[in-house]
Design a protein around this ligand. Structure first.
Ligand code: 2HG
Ligand code: ZN
Length: 471
């Protein structure tokens, strides 16, 4: 079918406002956040309902035209951008942005995939509930993408990843049919768990259009501290102290290095270090409890005092207000933006057992410095769950393109260290377009063959997000 005929048929379904074809309008959808990929497309389709989206997919399937599903376009691995030949159409979920239901007794939130994570958090908070998922891009990232990539983020240490919060899903399948699995049951043992197949599939098996998420009680008390520590080993020691004190209250335990912090202080307007002196590493710890008057703050002070006495912590500050809490979190959440402003970076979103994080950081740093003298290691991230963003910034004053030409060599060197510690080469950002080449090495044999058979069974025409996840 000629493309113009397909686009006319799609326009008849979604209307003029649901179809963008001008280069100026589609440009923002064809480049990823990291600017690693510059794709092309003849149209971005923005359906206004699940029924419209399903009809669009049916038309594309009949024409054999590939689709790239896109939410907030915040992927770190090029998972949501089209290829360069212009043959793929983008289906954007932004207009599916209704909260369908919030039940404070069942503690469930039913919402459409285009709702941003932040809007979903606010909807939960209005009913005195918490959606316990927090990522740096939550203001832009949409629920559909968050689930399709099984996002992790800051609260995994306590609540798990996105997949742990999903009770039900509505999905448009590659033939345009709709699977309505929007059940909100805590127990439902009825055959294969299909929803978990779509969570983490990165849009290669279908397009998530709505979901039922679990909520938890809103915290009644929250305490946040920023601590300066001498080393990742000291950070681990601090983590075990908090776990021993009260593991159920640890909401986040984030690690940063002086290099990453200095980028934030340099590039992010208003960023200030609230400690007397810089330290080689920093820990942001957040405790929270739904129990009123639980003495959380006293507990935090007690653990920090003991850690200061033991020399584990060099310096620490506890947020005294919501403004201070937000300012401390900003130092952590602006790490990606600050790194981007500093120059080119190569990212390794990896995980190892929590106990191995310090040894991993040391070995990976040494390996990269040997490979590329002058490279600046920027390890940071979710230490409490073992997920470190082991990012490398280009050597100061070097050429960005020259540096980025080493991306595979650097990623492979880091992955060799990850393997030594039985870790994963992609902890929370997924595979996207950046990492399919790693799959045979890491997931080859029966595992990859099974994934390929699932893909072929559900998407026999291969139209859903081609070139992503599977090699
Ligand atoms: C975060 O934890 C994100 O802030 C982004 O996962 C990490 O920029 C990165 O590598
Ligand atoms: Zn992260």
């Amino acid at each position: 079918m000629p493309e113009s005929v397909l686009l006319d048929a799609i326009r008849a379904v979604v209307g003029d406002r649901g179809l963008l074809t001008d280069r100026a309008d589609t440009a923002a959808y064809t480049q990823d956040w990291r600017r690693l990929y510059q794709g092309r497309t003849s149209a971005v389709i923005r359906p206004g309902s699940t029924a419209e989206l399903a009809e669009v997919v049916r038309l594309c399937a009949a024409a054999g035209t590939p689709i790239v599903p896109q939410g907030g376009n915040t992927s770190m691995v090029g998972g949501a951008v089209p290829n360069e030949d212009g043959s793929e159409l983008i289906v954007c979920t932004a207009r599916l942005n209704r909260i369908r239901d919030l039940d404070p007794v069942d503690m469930t939130l039913t919402l459409e995939s285009g709702v941003t994570l932040q809007a979903a958090q606010l909807a939960a908070a209005e009913q005195d509930c918490l959606l316990p998922l927090s990522i740096s891009s939550e203001g832009t990232a949409q629920i559909g993408g968050v689930l399709a990539t099984n996002a992790g983020g800051n609260n995994t240490v306590r609540y798990g990843n996105a997949r742990d919060l999903v009770l039900g899903l509505e999905v448009v399948l590659p033939d345009g049919s709709i699977w309505n699995g929007l059940r909100r049951l805590r127990k439902d043992n009825t055959g294969y768990c299909l929803r978990q197949l779509f969570v983490g599939s990165e849009g290669t098996l279908g397009i998530i259009t709505a979901a039922v998420l679990k909520l938890v009680p809103q915290p009644k008390e929250t305490a946040v501290a920023l601590c300066g520590v001498a080393s990742p080993e000291a950070a681990l020691d601090l983590f075990t102290r908090f776990q021993a004190h009260d593991p159920a209250s640890v909401n986040a335990f984030e690690l940063m290095s002086d290099t990453g912090m200095s980028f934030v202080l340099r590039h992010i307007p208003g960023a200030m270090l609230p400690l007397q002196n810089p330290a080689p590493f920093y820990v942001l710890v957040e405790l929270a409890t739904p129990r009123p008057s639980a003495g959380l703050r006293d507990g935090l002070e007690q653990v920090l005092e003991q850690a200061l006495e033991a020399g584990t912590v060099q310096d620490a500050v506890i947020a005294e207000s919501e403004t201070q809490r937000a300012a401390i979190w900003k130092l952590r959440e602006e790490h990606s933006e600050a790194q981007k402003r500093e120059g080119a970076s190569i990212k390794n979103d990896v995980s190892v057992p929590v106990s191995k994080v310090p040894a991993f950081i040391r070995k990976a740093t040494a390996a990269c410095e040997k490979l590329l003298p002058g490279v600046r290691a920027v390890p940071f991230g979710h230490m409490g769950d073992g997920n470190i963003h082991f990012n490398l910034e280009q050597p100061a004053g070097s050429d960005a393109a020259w540096f980025l030409a080493s991306d595979h060599a650097i990623m492979d060197a880091v992955n060799d260290v990850v393997r030594e510690f039985d870790g994963s080469f992609s902890a929370e950002h997924g595979i996207g377009r950046l990492k399919p080449y790693m799959m045979p090495d890491w997931r080859g044999g029966a595992e990859l063959a099974l994934m390929q058979r699932i893909k072929a069974a559900i998407d026999p025409g291969g139209i859903m997000n081609p070139g992503k996840v599977l090699p």
